[in-house]
Design a protein around this ligand. Structure first.
Ligand code: MG
Length: 363
């Protein structure tokens, strides 16, 4: 089936080069193959046991990095399809965007970065690239997944390549990442009892949608109204994004992919919410920072997680031979500290806790 893309989309033959040339597949596009390689990778399977905000073993109903990545992917695909962008590429970037995250959410990253500071630092976006370019070993002909240029470009979140903008496919993943975590953190935050409903009603965007949900569901109980509010919030944000992007594409006469890559404006991004919505969302984010991410309960878990990472790091730096063979093999080429960071970053929360127990020698 031929899919019709807009001319500003990444087409199947733009940026589809791979580092190691491969024959094309009779039934799958290059970007579908990228997606399939990601889904079959070890790093992808491990996302199931990595934390977003809540430590994985607290309960089975909270998000993990795997469910987060799937949520981002489905939101981004809706946006991509509505704008006639390349949905396969969008899905691929979304499913891969968190592959480099260490265990224990942001606490894990903070801790690894601090320990790695004298040795080049640690950043989960760069680690994602390392995973797909070096660390995954599935194919006899090359290390990594040998993904297309467009996918790799989409994963370089904070870098511009040759001074060009990101493709719209990559930019929508970025912004849908935000939509997903703002809403699921609200959901998990309320579910865990950490976020308080009456305080949330001081936030305009929440309060507006809550009132709307209540009006249309007079007999619904509180729990049901919370779920309905979050559902409507996601819809509101995604709709605002699609409509604003369509406006921008018209306003700035974006016709071709080159127009996207070379677009310059000091005030506007092609991929953005309307001004009004973005102000409201930033207030919601501030609320989440103050009341959820910095909540004493969450901070307590975070500092425990940082201790665990530090303990494993110090142990492995002294005893690198405790690592699996595939890591030891790279000690000479990549250096002790980077290899230790790679090994720790690949750990799931529960595997890191297992190592912690081993090192302490207690059960
Ligand atoms: Mg993410």
């Amino acid at each position: 089936m031929m899919i019709e893309y807009a001319e500003y989309a990444v087409s199947v033959d733009s940026f589809s080069k791979r580092k190691y040339q491969e024959e094309s597949h009779p039934y799958r596009s290059d970007f579908q193959r990228d997606r399939d390689r990601i889904v079959h990778s070890k790093a992808f399977r491990r996302l199931e046991y990595k934390t977003q905000v809540f430590v994985n073993h607290l309960g089975d109903n909270f998000r993990t990095r795997l469910t987060h990545s799937i949520e981002v992917s489905q939101l981004a695909r809706t946006v991509a399809r509505s704008l006639k962008l390349n949905e396969d590429l969008t899905e691929t970037i979304a499913l891969a965007h968190d592959l480099g995250h260490p265990p224990f959410g942001h606490a894990g990253e903070r801790s690894l970065h601090r320990l790695m500071k004298p040795h080049g630092g640690f950043d989960h976006n760069e680690q994602t690239l390392r995973v797909v370019e070096v660390l995954e070993k599935r194919y006899p002909d090359f290390d990594g997944l040998n993904l297309t240029e467009a996918t790799l470009m989409g994963l370089q979140k904070h870098k511009r390549i040759k001074g060009l903008n990101h493709t719209l496919e990559a930019s929508i993943v970025d912004i849908c990442d935000e939509i997903a975590y703002n809403n699921h953190d609200l959901d998990d935050g309320i579910e865990s009892g950490i976020l308080n409903l009456s305080k949330l009603n001081e936030i305009e965007i929440w309060n507006d949608v809550w009132a709307e949900a209540k009006k249309s569901h007079i007999n619904a109980g509180e729990k049901s109204l919370i779920r309905q509010t979050i559902r409507m919030l996601i819809n509101k944000m995604v709709t605002d994004l699609i409509e604003n992007m369509l406006d921008n594409i018209q306003k700035y006469k974006i016709k071709k992919l080159e127009d996207v890559l070379n677009f310059k404006s000091d005030t506007e991004k092609l991929c953005s919410f309307t001004y009004d919505t973005s102000i409201k969302i930033s207030r919601l984010k501030k609320h989440l920072h103050k009341n959820l991410y910095r909540h004493p309960e969450v901070e307590k878990m975070n500092s425990r997680a940082e201790e665990v990472i530090q303990r494993i790091f110090n142990f492995l730096v002294k005893s690198p031979h405790a690592m699996p063979g595939e890591y030891q093999e790279r000690l000479d080429s990549d250096g002790l500290y980077r290899v230790v960071a790679d090994f720790i970053a690949g750990m799931t929360d529960r595997y890191a806790l297992h190592w912690n127990k081993q090192i302490l020698g207690i059960d």
